[in-house]
Write a protein that binds this ligand. Sequence first.
Ligand code: F6P
Length: 359
Amino acid sequence: MRIGLLNGGGDCPGLNAVTHGVVGAAAQLGWEVVGFKEGYEGLLSPVKCKILKRSKTEGILKLGGTILGTSNRGRFSSKVGEGGVRKIPSELMDEAIANLREQGVQALVCAGGDGTLTTALQFMEEGFPVVGVPKTIDNDLGATAMTFGFDSATQVVVDALDRLQTTAESHKRVMVLEVMGRHAGWIALYGGIGGGASAILIPEIPFHYDKVADILLEREARGFASSLVVVAEGASPLGEEKVYEETGGGGEDRLGGVGERVAKKLGELTGKETRSTTLGHLQRGGSPTSFDRVLATRFGVKAVNLIEQKRFGRMVSYQQYHVGSVLIEKAVKKLNLVDPEGEIVRAAKSVGISFGDEA
Ligand code: F6P
């Protein structure tokens, strides 16, 4: 048996741990794994691939990035613009499937987010068996309690806030930190709670500038001259559009820039010195946390189990400490967004964190 493996979408800490899991579990069954480079692009002629030997993948679970390379733009992008979906042209699909068969690959493991998994579904529809592994720092995939990479990204946010706090205190400033997450506020929410932010602004809860300013002034009145504000890149004030850095680039439009605006406006409203930092790709780089190393390894092993059981068209899923699986369709049907009324937001509000909303 020979199976294929590819990574799609933005890179993410834990991708190499998935490879380690897939190769380890496949080796136990006496199977061979072919790693395709640069996402689905590696399936096109001339095919870019290599056999992944266990002896070569044993030390990689700790490494950030991906030894296979990946791509979140280009010919196999299922997601374009502001979350729009497009079909991959049939001539590209035919070429990729013919190349997979020529390499003797009988099933393909696709580790990626909703774009990669939407493309994976098209392979299933065209008769090539796939299984999916949920990857994204954004944690926005449905039908899984968590994706790998999210914990590592959140840890970077917490570390950044810890550092910003000491300089904020020294200068009595308000520090605004813009974080990633696309249209979901998970990174901001977890990072903000863990890093002791006073306000967290997320796409799921449109905010009012004056409400955010109020909490900063209230804090000042209570003797806290400095504050931390976390703003998700997809957050926006009520009635206003999201801020994009780049549109029409061949994949999903690139969000970015809201942090600067928030800092400027809060400075005007509070009269306080306010600075903004954009954390950017630091959130995607570096080694995975121990949680992500373990989760991603388990995900890789489960993907091989699914192939062994011929349960194709399914995505590995994490539910209540258990790694199971769901239909890929279910995972990509709807983004997993923060519930504005949910327990986590309520807990944050209970400890005095503002979301800039009316409540
Ligand atoms: O989906 C992961 C992610 O890091 C998002 O949080 C972010 O909006 C986007 O990718 C950035 O993409 P790029 O690496 O193409 O700038």
